[in-house]
Each structure stands twice: as C-alpha cells, then as structure tokens.
Design a protein around this ligand. Structure first.
Ligand SMILES: [Zn+2]
Length: 231
C-alpha cells in the first residue's frame, strides 16, 4: 500500500482520537455536584428550621391553652360547688375565672396566628422540596447520561488506538517517527493534493513532485514540508 495513504489514514485516526479526547474531557468535567441542587438545598435548610420553630411555638401555645382550661375548670368547679359561702371570696374567685378566660382568649388568638404561619411555612417548604426533588432527578438523569457518554468515548478511544497501532505496524518505524515529528511541528503532517495544489499551504506543486508522489514515493511539499498525499 502507498505509504502516503497509510500515513494519511494514521492522521485521520489521530484527528479522531483528538476529538474524542476533547469530548471525553468535556463530559468528565461536567460530572460532579450540581450548583443548582446545592443552591436549593441551601434555601430549604433555613425554611425547614423556621417551620420547626413555628411548630414548637404552636405546641407551646396549645399547651398553654390546655393548662389555662384546666385552671378555669377547677376554679369554676369550686365557684359553683357551693363550698365557698363568703361573698368576698366568691367575688374574688369569679374575677380570677374572668382573668383566666381573658388570658385563654389571648392565647387562642396567638395560637391561631401561629397556626396560620405554620401553614404558610409548610407550603413554602413543600414547594422548595418539590423543586429540589425535580432538580435532583434532572441532575441524576444528566449524570447517568454523562457516565454513559464517558464509557462510550473510552471504548471508542480504545478502538481507535488499537486501529492506530495495527496500522502503524504496517509502516516502517522511522517513517512513523518522521510523521509524528512533522505532526508535532505543524499540526497536520500529511497534506492532500488536489488539482496539483498542496492543501497544506495552497501552493502549486512542481510536476516532478507530483509524479514522484503518484509513483508511491514519500514526497514532502517543497514549500510547507508536509507529506504529500494524492487521493
Ligand atoms: Zn505545502
């Protein structure tokens, strides 16, 4: 086989390896924590804390109401039991019951306010939790897709490198080395020749060079030094 053609194929494989390596790097860089998920977690945490505080306030208010209800019941029981005969004492106890009832009304009002706040806070936590769930699911889906992509690219790269190895073994080692040196220096080592023009530097090639290249010899462009390949 024409060695320029083989080197050209080697170069095609190298280009494919490069593009796959770039894609692999890009995919790998996207694997990891999601900023959007972290942000919503940061938002949810204080919301949950606030809800916990409000529930605590609600329970305190409810216990306070229970406590005062017991006091009212006890006082009223005494008041209506007939055990106390002294009118002064009865009046005093009556006032006590009234004061308890006023306090109970205050506590009930406060409890209703807190219950309202608890409901609002619960709605807010539920909303943020749903957002977190949605974002997490989305992120997991993306991560799974990325992992699949990474595996696919690794497989493709390993295949390409094996092909490169097999092809390079058909070529003289010094020629492969020469190709690699040229590639490092110029980026493209092998230039196609189209209508007598080197595609590497767009110069018109002398007929003798074209004839030698066509004959299967390894010919470099007299202008850019690239290996000429006549398709
Ligand atoms: Zn050239």
């Amino acid at each position: 086989m024409n060695v320029a053609r083989q080197l050209y194929q080697l170069q095609e494989l190298d280009l494919e390896v490069e593009s796959n390596e770039q894609a692999l790097k890009h995919a790998t860089s996207q694997i990891g924590e999601s900023q959007a998920v972290l942000k919503i977690k940061d938002q949810l945490q204080p919301e949950q804390q606030r809800l916990e505080e409000l529930r605590h306030q609600q329970h305190s208010a409810e216990w306070g109401i229970d406590d005062i209800a017991t006091k009212i019941a006890t006082a009223e029981e005494t008041l209506f039991s007939g055990r106390i005969k002294n009118p002064k004492e009865l009046t005093s106890l009556h006032h006590e019951v009234e004061a308890f009832k006023a306090r109970r009304d205050q506590l009930e009002e406060k409890a209703l306010e807190v219950i309202d706040q608890v409901e609002q806070s619960e709605a807010s936590v539920a909303k943020t939790s749903r957002q977190l769930e949605k974002l997490t699911a989305e992120w997991q889906r993306q991560q799974k897709q990325l992992s699949g992509e990474v595996e696919k690219l690794k497989g493709a790269l390993s295949d390409l490198k094996e092909k490169w190895q097999l092809l390079s073994e058909e070529i003289e080692p010094q020629t492969v080395e020469f190709y690699q040196t040229l590639r490092r220096e110029k980026g493209t080592a092998v230039a196609r020749v189209e209508q007598g023009i080197c595609r590497g530097c767009r110069i018109s090639l002398p007929t003798t060079d074209l004839q030698r290249a066509r004959g299967g010899s390894l010919v470099q462009c007299s202008s850019c030094g690239r290996i000429l390949f006549l398709a």
